[in-house]
Structures are given as structure tokens and as C-alpha cells.
Design a binder for this molecule. Sequence first.
Ligand SMILES: CC(C)(COP(=O)(O)OP(=O)(O)OC[C@H]1O[C@@H](n2cnc3c(N)ncnc32)[C@H](O)[C@@H]1OP(=O)(O)O)[C@@H](O)C(=O)NCCC(=O)NCCS
Length: 218
Amino acid sequence: MAPLIPTLREGRVSIRPIRLRDARALERELISNRPWLRQWEATLPNAPLSVDVRSSVRNLQANSRAGLGLPFVLEWDGEFAGQLNVSSITWGSLSSATIGYWVSERFAGRNITPTGVALATDHCFFSLGLHRMEICIRPENAPSLRVVEKLGFRYEGLRRRYIHINGDWRDHFCFALTVEEVPAGVLRRWLDGQADEQAAAIPPVDRARAATPLKPGS
Ligand SMILES: CC(C)(COP(=O)(O)OP(=O)(O)OC[C@H]1O[C@@H](n2cnc3c(N)ncnc32)[C@H](O)[C@@H]1OP(=O)(O)O)[C@@H](O)C(=O)NCCC(=O)NCCS
């Protein structure tokens, strides 16, 4: 059954379910933040990216009704600031999901994303009963790597040519948390200064591998 998507708040940040009437604000932000977002944007290997924002909101909602995702909007003082998607929800023996996110450039650096990730992960763990949350990040994306570092997500490894981003298959560093690691919750642990930033440390050997393109046939 599709889980209900709540509105959750911490300070000036909130996450709430995306609605079809967000399409206009979403489109405006996607267009005006094109240079800011493009290099991190998921693309399709064999098709152009859809520019129909209403259809993409509908797809997110359909995915959510199928129990496979939680499409949130990130807000700052009630203003649209970006998106946070819990996706690839797998129930049963895996009980895991993935988080992706972005904020408009003018909202960067206000802790909106780590707050949203913490709220969403705690909801998935303690309300929905998921066991594990994963975040995968391109090695070049220092601001996003900082988000998982702040929250103490645990480095799991390098995935070669893992996700199609900005027109090609890109390496990603993978981070995760399981519910047992955060008995008081991700948000509480971070706010209390108890998140272990070292957990997200990337071994130099993986940094070096990520800096070397995978050779054909290797
Ligand atoms: C990655 C991203 C979501 C982080 O969101 P955020 O809400 O700004 O997160 P934070 O406030 O925690 O900032 C994280 C780091 O970004 C850096 N940062 C802050 N302001 C910035 C700015 N104006 N421009 C670039 N980087 C900035 C800082 O290093 C900050 O760490 P600090 O708080 O220790 O100084 C955001 O930069 C973004 O949307 N980038 C483009 C899309 C993207 O990369 N999505 C993620 C794909 S995995």
C-alpha cells in the first residue's frame, strides 16, 4: 500500500509532498538554475530529458502511489527551495531506499538539504519501517559530499559508471545508514553534535580509482 507522505518541519526548513500545482514554480526554478543543476542532473541513456514538468510530477506521484517513492518539496519559510526524492523503495528483506536532492542556488548553504535528508530518513525508518537509506554522489560534487559528511552517513564504496548523469554514465560514491546506527534518529544525532563526520571519509584508494576512467574491457 502507498505510504502517506507527511509534512515535516525543523526550524525554517520543511519537507512536504509535491503537488501538481508546484509544476509552475518547479519549472521556473529548473530553468533559472539550469547552469547550477545541469552537471548533477540524471539523464536517460537513450532519450532526451523530458521538459514536461507536469508529467514528471505526475510520474513521481504515480510512483509514490505504487509504494516506490516519496516525492517531497524542500521549503524555506514556506517558499519552494528545491526537491528531495526518496526513490527505489524496496520492501521485504532489503527494506531500503535511496535519496536524491537539489536546492536552487540562492538557497544553498542554509542546511536545507541535510535537514530535509534527516527528516525524510527518520520518517522512513521510524514511521515506515525501512531499514536502510542510501545516497550516491558523484566524486566531483563537494557540496553534496558535505551533506552526507555532516549527517554521518557511512561510506560504502565506489560504484563505477553507476548512474547516467548529464549525458554519460558516471562514477558514484555510495553512502548509507541503517536504522540501528541512529537509535535517536538522524536529525537528533546531528543537532546534538553526535554525527560522526569521519564515517563518510572516502579512502584515498577509492578517490584515486574514481580519478581514473574505467578502461573498456577492464
Ligand atoms: C548539494 C546541495 C543539494 C547541497 O544543499 P544545501 O542545502 O546547500 O546543503 P548545505 O547547506 O548543507 O551546504 C553543503 C555545502 O555546500 C557548500 N556551499 C554552501 N553555499 C554554497 C554555494 N552558494 N555554492 C556552492 N556550494 C555552497 C558548503 O561547502 C556547504 O558546507 P558547509 O555548510 O559545511 O559550509 C546543493 O549544493 C545543490 O542543490 N547542488 C546542485 C544539485 C546537486 O548537486 N544535487 C545533489 C546531487 S547528489
